[in-house]
Design a protein around this ligand. Structure first.
Ligand SMILES: Nc1ncnc2c1ncn2[C@@H]1O[C@H](COP(=O)(O)OP(=O)(O)OP(=O)(O)O)[C@@H](O)[C@H]1O
Ligand SMILES: [Mg+2]
Length: 287
């Protein structure tokens, strides 16, 4: 890891998957509706960093995640993973790969498979493990995540929190370099969310996978992140980066500390400024 990467990682551990986003522009429906979602957007994410992305609704956060994952093309610029071009000049769309795994907002476990079968599914269909190997690994990883007792239950038979944790386990079975999360805990109550956070941090401490995590919850952003990137109103660019220099492991006592409150406030001011701009722009369009 480079000196710069080590500095922004903030956890001192060598991680996986450095992402370099350089001057990325994305226009949806060019020549038609012409929606400029990303405009000259640049961001360097160190290997093993927990990078939290916040910004006004509709600014372009999911667009950026989709470009990294290879679900959507970019119009200009370049995105690299560990120095290899994912998309850029002459290659508008990144190839989807097991090195980058997405956890979606609404969950995506197969309801007709048990948690263990869900976790084992990927490596079996990709042909990287045989059934028995995948099953053993799935069970071991679920046990490590505190889900050993429910490995044979179906998603409908466990709590939504357990199902979400199983999804993270499923995402990690192929040892990806990058975990891409788009508001994964959005609909959860505060208590379940706090359990999710501690569980994700525990997984992170073990795997040091690079995490790109979109959220609207600024406390969640500061609690989990090494850095919080505040995006501008659409088209999205990086407005401000808040460094969270708080030691890990972190626990919930942090939420009431002064340094935590100061960082949340600093982030809130930057997001609020952009949200006001978005609101005013919307009003002008309506006028
Ligand atoms: N397939 C599409 N075609 C046209 N416009 C799109 C498409 N997908 C997204 N957009 C527009 O691009 C802009 C950015 O959308 P995006 O979903 O990236 O925002 P976001 O920051 O993730 O928003 P939210 O916080 O509400 O999830 C929005 O104006 C959206 O309407
Ligand atoms: Mg979104």
């Amino acid at each position: 890891m480079s000196a710069t990467a080590a500095a922004v990682t903030g956890n001192g551990a060598s991680g996986k998957g450095a992402i370099s986003i350089r001057n990325v522009t994305k226009i949806y429906d060019p020549g038609g509706a012409d929606v400029l979602a990303l405009d000259d957007c640049s961001l360097e994410i160190a290997s093993g960093e927990v990078c939290m992305i916040v910004g006004p609704s509709g600014c372009g956060k999911t667009t950026l995640l989709n470009a990294i994952a290879g679900f959507h093309s970019i119009t200009e610029g370049q995105i690299d993973l560990d120095g290899e071009m994912l998309c850029g000049p002459g290659k508008e769309l990144a190839t989807q790969g097991a090195d980058r795994v997405v956890v979606f907002q609404n969950g995506a476990l197969f309801p007709w498979k048990t948690l263990a079968e869900n976790v084992a599914y990927g490596p079996i269909v990709q042909g990287v493990m045989n059934k028995a190997e995948a099953r053993d690994k799935a069970e071991a990883m679920l046990a490590e995540a505190g889900l050993g007792g429910v490995a044979d239950k179906y998603p409908g038979e466990v709590s939504s929190g357990m199902a979400r944790r199983a999804e993270i386990v499923r995402a990690l079975i192929n040892d990806p370099k990058v975990l891409l999360l788009d508001e994964p805990y959005r609909a959860m109550d505060a208590l379940t969310k706090s359990i999710m956070h501690e569980s994700l941090l525990e997984v992170y401490d073990r795997t040091k996978v690079t995490i790109f995590f979109i959220t609207h919850d600024l406390e969640e952003a500061i609690f989990l992140g090494d850095r919080v990137v505040v995006m501008t109103t659409r088209p999205a660019r990086t407005k401000k980066i808040v460094d969270v220099k708080i030691d890990r492991p972190r626990d919930y006592r942090l939420l009431s500390s002064e340094e935590f409150r100061v960082l949340v406030q600093e982030t809130k001011e930057a997001v609020h400024e952009e949200a006001v701009k978005a609101f005013e722009a919307g009003e002008r369009e309506l006028a």
